[in-house]
Design a protein around this ligand. Structure first.
Ligand code: SF4
Length: 258
């Protein structure tokens, strides 16, 4: 199995295919993934519930970020974006709201042009503190790979009790103040076929997006090795076709990362 875990709280800066020069923040353990999903394509590998589960405190995150921003400032290389992603789902951190407040303050002190971005799997949006924190940042990028429960279960392998209808309901509460992200992929699993590239799937995503009206819709194919190895990377030509089809049906700003 392939996996890529971030071994620090602050990582990078890296040139992100979606965001430019990105300084990463990992609120999860440095030796394991914690997530309410177990996506077949997750670059961090499969979720391991027997791991240490040891999270950095809000104070530790604040200190590590400040040191890094000071160093970057001294080197004249401030980031375009401070991105919360890392080894799992950042909004599951119990001090997520405090960490976001601290990060906005540090950004305002050291790197005013940098956007604060959170990549989230959308499963914690029912928590008021999480929702309010996401509404304070520059860009909340919220995952929805399929509107169909069967595909949702096969692609994202959510923890028990998480269903796509609940996720969709929470996404709609953002009323245009968040972006949407969708991974397109195909594969054959023991639970059945995965394919969110067929017209029926894309049409359902478009219909949902028309109601959600995300600020932006980011679509992308698999980029790195995945824990479930029998997945098909959607090639550039097909991603372009999907993008063209979506653009023919909606005016939502669409961004493809190859
Ligand atoms: S939501 Fe993100 S971190 Fe969680 S399993 Fe899926 S890809 Fe991995």
């Amino acid at each position: 199995m392939s996996s890529r875990l971030f071994d620090q709280i602050i990582f990078g800066p890296v040139r992100s295919r979606r965001f430019g020069v990105s300084l990463g923040v990992n609120l999860l353990p440095v030796d394991a993934k914690i997530c309410s999903f177990d996506c077949v394509y997750c670059e961090c590998g499969w979720t391991d519930s027997s791991s240490s589960q040891s999270l950095p405190t809000a104070n530790e995150v604040q200190k590590a970020l400040e040191v890094k921003l000071l160093n970057m400032q001294a080197a004249g290389e401030l980031p375009d974006v401070i991105t919360f992603s890392g080894n799992g789902e950042p909004t599951m951190h119990p001090e997520f709201d405090e960490i976001i407040e601290n990060t906005i303050k540090l950004r305002n002190m050291y790197s005013l042009r940098a956007e604060v971005v959170v990549l989230s799997n959308s499963t914690q949006l029912h928590k008021e503190k999480v929702r309010n924190a996401l509404l304070k940042i520059d860009k909340a990028v919220l995952k929805l790979d399929s509107t169909n429960e069967t595909q949702f279960q096969r692609i994202n392998k959510p923890a028990p009790g998480i269903h796509v209808e609940d996720v969709k309901k929470e996404l709609l509460r953002f009323e245009g103040k968040a972006s949407l992200q969708t991974m397109f992929l195909r594969g054959q699993t023991t639970e059945g076929q995965i394919d969110n590239t067929i017209t029926r799937e894309i049409d359902a995503l478009i219909e949902f997006a028309k109601v959600m009206i995300p600020a932006e819709w980011m679509i992308y194919p698999i980029d790195r090795p995945t824990p479930f190895e029998k997945l098909e990377k959607i090639q550039k030509d097909e991603m372009d076709e999907i993008a063209e089809y979506i653009r023919s049906k909606t005016n939502i700003p669409l961004k493809i990362s190859y």
